[in-house]
Design a protein around this ligand. Sequence first.
Ligand code: BGC
Length: 369
Amino acid sequence: MNKSWKTALLMVALLFSGILAACNSSTGGSGSVSVGIVLPTRDEPRWVQDEQRFKEALEDSEYTTEILFSQGSSAREKENVETLINRGIDVLIITPQDGDAAGAAVETAKKEGITVISYDRLITNTDAVDYYVTFDSVSVGAAQGQYLIDQTGGTGIPLYLYAGAASDNNAFLFFEGAWSVLQPKIADGTFVIANSSEAEALKDSAELTRDQMSRILGQVTTNWDPNEAINKAQTHLTAVGPDLKGDVAVLAPNDGTARAIADVFASDGEVSSYIVTGQDAEKASIQYIIDGKQSMTVFKDVRTLVTDAISIAIDILDGNTPETTGSYDNGAKEVEAKQTDVIVVNQNNVKQELIDSEYYEASEFTGLE
Ligand code: BGC
């Protein structure tokens, strides 16, 4: 390339970056963004809800923020973090798509002196995470397992286990919680595992290692994908005989997969009744609960999580030390954490917990008494 071409290209590049800088400044009053937020996907109502709650909470804030979605891709997630670094953020709030893979992205941010807050899902095996804002995920799983125990009777009840994506640390926490209460009831014959030989082989182990859980997840993961959940549920129901049908219990990890799995179980003529768990209090699942198609959900009040994340961010921007309630081992360090409790919701308390608390409006549902 000759010199004049190079000069011309350089000038175009400079002009372009000037235009970009001008565009960026329009997103934030002072010309840069102070808090960058990266969420995993718009394809699940759970995360669209977080976006909306962040926007509501930040409406009158003096700090400028920008929210980007990674759409299920760790590569896109890394690009998002780089975009936000270029916008000049001081704090990054991020829900990793894949806990391990996100390490590289946050290490880049950390090198720029940015404070990293892991939001809802823990970023694992890197020391580039400063804080973790989370619900009590082990108790989510324990609440799901306990619900199945409380709502069924007799012995030899077929139990179908489903789990979240193995790339999400939460999937292990949820399963660990569920197993802690279900295992004694599997060992004593109250439940019979219908769809996992790995879980069946471990039924006498009160506590599972991550490796053992990985083996079970390998058989029963939904990957947080309702379609995968449908396929697995269909395969499982096709594989079993009538002795593993009738009145059954189903551990479904979240609402998106719960509705998918519930539809499959509801359409099987040999399944006479099913109890199915969920979590997130997604609107569609609240309607399912009102209609008797999903048994329960674990309500995680996203308003609290958002408030906690923002107050940590503001403390950092103001030069204060954020308050935390404990810590989580992410494989490389103990990450200071702020944790929030969860609430079990079923037909009996749905109105009180979700409407009276103004989380949702009654008009968004039908058949609510
Ligand atoms: C979250 C759940 C969500 C799931 C799938 C988990 O990490 O804690 O609320 O349903 O991911 O997105």
